[in-house]
Design a protein around this ligand. Structure first.
Ligand code: ARG
Length: 264
């Protein structure tokens, strides 16, 4: 009797050890690793929190891509600056956060092939005297720290621009505009336009300026030299080509995407 108990205890312990051995599960004899995805969920409609859940176009998209690549996925909100720390330190496998592919970032990180076309845009109170990017000169501007919006404004009006206020996330930049602390916010067009549409009481409008703001493409951010790049590139293309991308695009933006622009 005692012996039986000992044997079953040993078996139990062995089983538990096996279970906790790694964050992998087996399916069809193949290892299915779960990828840790980090994001800054304060950029609706791409990534934001709704009733404690992380949702948005990017979130649906990254889940579809990672599933297509044959991995499990766990998305975690860590904030914007920590994304880059985690990817550089390889404590996360992938970041999704409307991250523009730039030559500077490419020096330290890898990106997948592009999945979204974006541009910066200006958010102002209705009736503002700001009608184009050049009107921003001398005005108080809020941006999210470390974004392409910051780089653009600094390139236009100088790095030591004391009228440029940098915030940890874009919602705080918009809050500053609401409170009258700045004259404008610069951020990605879809985010700005979604805000205007969803918050009519704020009386904001958006200003496009194709001469000042260039085309930007989002990519999934990966550690430099990541072995996942080949798999994820393939999966991004597949998700775009098999119609999943268009389905998600329609769900979040209510229009058909121009997928050709991602391929040129
Ligand atoms: N596209 C811009 C950039 O890459 C802004 C991205 C901000 N994303 C966010 N989740 N807050 O710099």
């Amino acid at each position: 009797m005692k012996k039986l108990k000992l044997v079953s205890t040993v078996l139990m312990v062995a089983f538990l050890l096996l279970l906790s051995a790694c964050g992998t599960s087996k399916s069809g004899g193949e290892e299915k690793k779960t990828l840790r995805v980090v994001t800054d969920a304060a950029y609706a409609p791409f990534e934001y929190q709704d009733k404690g859940e992380i949702v948005g176009f990017d979130i649906d998209f990254v889940k579809a891509v990672i599933k297509e690549a044959g991995y499990g996925v766990k998305v975690e909100h860590v904030g914007w600056d920590p994304i880059f720390v985690e990817i550089e330190g390889k404590t996360a496998d992938v970041a999704v956060s409307s991250i523009t592919i730039t030559p500077e970032r490419q020096e330290s990180y890898d990106f997948t092939v592009p999945y979204f076309l974006s541009k910066n845009e200006i958010l102002v109170p209705k009736g503002s005297t700001i009608k184009s990017a050049k009107d921003l000169d001398g005005k108080k501007i809020a941006v999210q720290n470390g974004t392409t919006a910051q780089t653009i404004v600094e390139n236009l009006y100088g790095k030591n621009n004391d009228k440029l206020k940098k915030f940890e996330n874009n919602n705080l930049a918009i809050l500053e505009l609401k409170n009258g602390g700045v004259d404008a916010v610069v951020a990605d067009n879809t985010v700005v336009e979604t805000y205007v549409k969803n918050n009519p009481k704020d009386n904001f409008e958006f200003i496009e300026d194709d001469t000042a703001f260039e085309k930007e493409f989002y990519g999934l951010l990966l550690p430099k030299g990541s072995k996942l790049k080949a798999d994820l590139d393939k999966a991004v293309k597949k998700v775009i080509d098999n119609g999943t991308y268009a389905k998600l695009y329609k769900k979040w933006f209510d229009v058909e995407p121009d997928v050709q622009i991602l391929k040129d």
